[in-house]
Design a protein around this ligand. Structure first.
Ligand SMILES: *[C@@H]1O[C@H](CO)[C@@H](O)[C@H](O)[C@H]1NC(C)=O
Ligand SMILES: *[C@@H]1O[C@H](CO)[C@@H](O)[C@H](O)[C@H]1NC(C)=O
Ligand SMILES: *[C@@H]1O[C@H](CO)[C@@H](O)[C@H](O)[C@H]1NC(C)=O
Ligand SMILES: *[C@@H]1O[C@H](CO)[C@@H](O)[C@H](O)[C@H]1NC(C)=O
Length: 767
């Protein structure tokens, strides 16, 4: 299992996640797409596509899941390992609904998303982890501003770096400013020119417009490195007309003046939020394709009054950051310690009804740029179930039409036995994905205890609690739990000196979230994706089977007029060549689109003729070498037998009977080999061989098995002939037996003292 890096290209499809079909953003983008968007039953965004020759509608989650499947398969085929873990990047301005929807897409594919990581945080990690010269913890941290302008969005963040830590101080963005806006300016310019010059309107034809977009993107790239006039030529653009035009960089900058002006705003916002002055910024790192536009770079440099650095890979900085994060989070990798603290991009508030009067209470639980992940515990005093509503406190700052995050009903709350309000602790958190939740709730019940009945501490706390905001206790320092390890159920530290015992009763929470895919729908998507993966697999197998037939035809045709020529008789050659030619024709005609089994059978038919030829060729290649080896071996054993007969010192210890076995085996094999050689000599190359190489190999093995143990018997040591020490022999045996299975260590090792029954036990065990 290895983590997989996934780069969510900031293409628009991701931006339809967690949005309604009638969301103004979706409606605006819909016009510019080459595919159709349609509403789903639940009001979400669907995409109409042709699949298996039929029109289908897939939800955005499903479409993203398909892309993730493709990425997963690509990664798996490269790594030759299954991929289960991933880190996915998202723009920092993604709201909870968008984030949850993307997580659903990962779930559809069965990918375990370890973290949804904000783009800029991924870039910062990729920057910091390699830096050797970061300040020590006690020194002033290094402040780096990261600026990213990709295809569709502009994001900036300020980060503070220590030797082994990065903290995001703040983020700002223009979610609708990216490379595509610059392309759009060029498209508008050339549309007007084409209209006046050729009386054609590209905006009436989607295909022509898309082509113009592509050409303008190329032009934009050329202008980034070349300030002279650059031509634009498109052949057969519309109505069979070739169109042409030209533009240079200074004209381009003039066209885009309003876009360039928008660069400053997020930068100003960032400095204001973080209370940083430009002098505090040690470095400005830019990434993202659109930062290659010289005017964009200049604007950023001018704002900070210093040169911008381009030390990171503009296109891959985010993906690399995600891969690093994935490696850090995954136990499969060892990465040097580097802690990442992100910031909450939007302030989040909670709203609730108070019990006494019909009034509402509200509190900002996470301020803008609050450290994340993070948990807080809030305390309420209630007699019954109550409702909390979470929302973004600054709706205008959120690029999403809905400021509500969700409603949470804290259930099963009841008054104390004495009729007093119960103390209810509610834990809220922003998790590692940047998603808010009311994660747990518990009711604190006093337990009667004879030893100590001092209630004063509790009442005191209670009295204090009621002051700030009616019966709401704003989180105090000790209730804040930075969520580094993401462990569930970490309880807030209890008040230090409670004299009465209490017990916490977990309370169920009913959550009703904005744009949450239901469980049933999600399960249906999982099932559908599984079926489609299976379908793709079948289709791939079908294609592979077809390709196998094609390959066989071409390979055999080549070899028949080459190495295989001698191994097939004239008549067979003609028949086979005809079949190959016929099959080739069939593949391009009626056999072009057949079921897998048809191809499998075709291949089998070909192999019926091809395999014997292939076999004869291979046999002829191997036979001489094997026969030679067998001959050498026979010679070797015969020589030893001869030396034994001549009373050679070397073999004097060998038993006469055993040597006779060697001699017998040698003469039998010699006879077998002679027969085989003469039988083979009568065969021509295009006939099946008289003796197969597998038979020769078997004979060789047989010869070695009989002779080798005899001739390699060690000479006995003169001092201690084995027979004289049966005990040690027995213990030798035992050690050997034990050695065969060293896992059997619990078996008693009674060297030298074992009696026969022990031996039996051991042998039986080992069998
Ligand atoms: C750097 O280390 C100091 C001391 O541990 C800490 O107070 C400060 O917050 C750290 N800076 C960052 C960026 O984490
Ligand atoms: C760019 O084009 C404008 C208008 O055609 C022209 O005035 C200007 O000299 C050109 N600049 C360069 C560097 O070619
Ligand atoms: C700039 O573009 C023009 C027009 O395509 C070309 O003739 C010229 O060689 C280019 N200059 C450089 C430095 O690439
Ligand atoms: C281009 O072709 C369309 C239909 O094919 C026609 O309606 C239109 O008038 C043509 N435009 C010009 C400028 O020829």
């Amino acid at each position: 299992e290895s983590p997989c890096l996934l780069l969510m290209r900031r293409c628009l499809k991701w931006r339809f996640h967690g949005r309604a079909f009638n969301d103004p953003f979706v409606q605006k983008e819909k016009e510019k797409l080459s595919y159709d968007l349609v509403p789903m039953k639940n009001g979400g965004v669907g995409v109409k596509v042709m699949y298996m020759d039929e029109e289908h509608i897939f939800s955005v989650e499903q479409i993203s899941a398909m892309l993730l499947t493709k990425l997963k398969e690509t990664a798996e085929s490269n790594l030759k390992k299954p991929v289960t873990d991933c880190v996915i990047s998202v723009p920092s301005f993604f709201t909870d609904a968008e984030r949850r929807s993307l997580l659903d897409a990962a779930q559809i594919v069965g990918l375990n998303c370890l973290r949804l990581m904000n783009d800029m945080t991924a870039v910062a990690l990729n920057y910091g982890i390699y830096k050797q010269d970061l300040p020590a913890p006690e020194e002033k941290p290094r402040i780096v501003v990261f600026v990213d302008m990709g295809h569709s969005a502009f994001q900036v963040s300020a980060c503070a770096f220590n030797k082994s830590k990065l903290k995001v101080l703040g983020t700002a963005f223009d979610p609708f400013l990216g490379g595509r806006n610059f392309d759009g300016k060029l498209v508008d310019y050339f549309c007007a020119e084409i209209k006046s010059k050729y009386k054609l309107d590209p905006k009436t034809k989607v295909r022509a417009l898309l082509r113009l977009y592509q050409e303008c993107e190329k032009l934009k790239k050329l202008m980034s490195s070349n300030s002279t006039d650059i031509p634009l030529n498109i052949e057969c653009f519309m109505n069979d007309t070739d169109v042409s035009g030209k533009l240079n960089r200074s004209q381009f900058e003039e066209l885009c003046a309003d876009l360039l002006q928008r660069i400053e705003m997020p930068l100003l916002s960032l400095m204001e939020q973080t209370q940083l002055k430009v002098e505090d910024v040690n470095a400005v790192e830019i990434v993202g394709g659109a930062t290659r536009i010289p005017a964009v770079k200049e604007r950023i440099a001018k704002f900070f009054g210093k040169d911008v650095s381009t030390t990171l890979n503009a296109d891959e900085a985010i993906a690399r950051g995600c891969a690093l994060q994935c490696a850090i989070l995954s136990p499969a990798f060892k990465v040097r310690e580097f802690s990442v603290t992100d910031a909450t991009p939007f302030p989040i508030s909670l709203l609730w009804n108070t019990e006494a009067e019909d009034t509402e209470g509200v509190h900002e639980v996470f301020s803008r740029n609050h450290a994340a992940p993070f948990s807080k515990v809030l305390t309420f005093y209630r007699k019954g179930p109550f409702e909390l509503e979470a929302f973004y406190s600054d709706p205008n700052g959120v690029p999403y039409p809905e400021s509500k995050i969700g409603k949470y009903v804290i259930q099963n709350v009841a008054a104390q036995k004495d009729g007093e309000k119960s103390k209810v602790k509610v834990k809220v958190r922003v998790n590692t994905h940047g998603i808010f939740s009311v994660s747990t709730a518990s009711m604190v019940e006093p337990v009667k205890s004879e030893e100590c009945e001092d209630v004063s501490v509790e009442t005191e706390v209670e009295a204090q609690d009621q002051r700030p905001i009616e019966n709401f206790k704003p989180p105090s320092e000790e209730n804040k739990i930075p969520d580094t390890n993401e462990k569930k159920g970490d309880q807030p530290p209890e008040a230090k000196k409670p004299k009465i015992k209490v017990k916490n009763v977990e309370l169920p929470i009913e959550a009703n979230l904005v744009w949450q895919l239901g469980k049933d729908l999600l399960n249906m998507y999982i099932e559908t994706e599984g079926k489609m993966i299976m379908q793709d697999k079948l289709e791939k197998e079908r294609n592979d089977a077809k390709n196998a037939v094609e390959e066989y035809v071409y390979e055999f045709r080549d070899k028949l007029s080459g190495p295989y020529e001698k191994f097939v008789c004239e008549k067979d050659l003609q028949g086979f060549s005809a079949l190959l030619a016929e099959t080739e024709g069939w593949l391009y005609e009626e056999g072009e689109d057949e079921a897998k089994q048809v191809y499998v059978e075709k291949l089998e038919d070909l192999k019926k003729l091809g395999t014997p030829i292939e076999m004869r060729y291979q046999e002829a290649e191997e036979r001489p070498r094997l026969l030679q080896e067998l001959g050498h071996r026979l010679q070797y054993y015969a020589t030893i037998a001869g030396e034994f007969r001549n009373k050679d010192e070397k073999y004097i210890h060998i038993d006469e009977m055993e040597m006779m076995k060697v001699e017998k085996c040698v003469s039998e094999v010699v006879e077998w080999m002679n027969n085989a050689v003469s039988a083979q000599a009568k065969k021509s190359l295009d006939q099946d061989p008289a003796v197969h190489s597998s038979e020769i190999k078997a004979k060789l093995q047989e010869l070695n098995n009989v002779c080798e143990p005899v001739v390699t018997q060690p000479k006995p040591k003169v001092d201690s002939p084995k027979e004289e020490n049966p005990l040690s022999e027995q213990s030798d045996y035992k050690t050997e037996d034990m050695g065969e299975d060293d896992k059997n260590s619990e078996m008693p090792q009674q060297n030298g003292e074992c009696h026969p029954s022990d031996q039996n036990t051991i042998n039986m065990d080992l069998d």
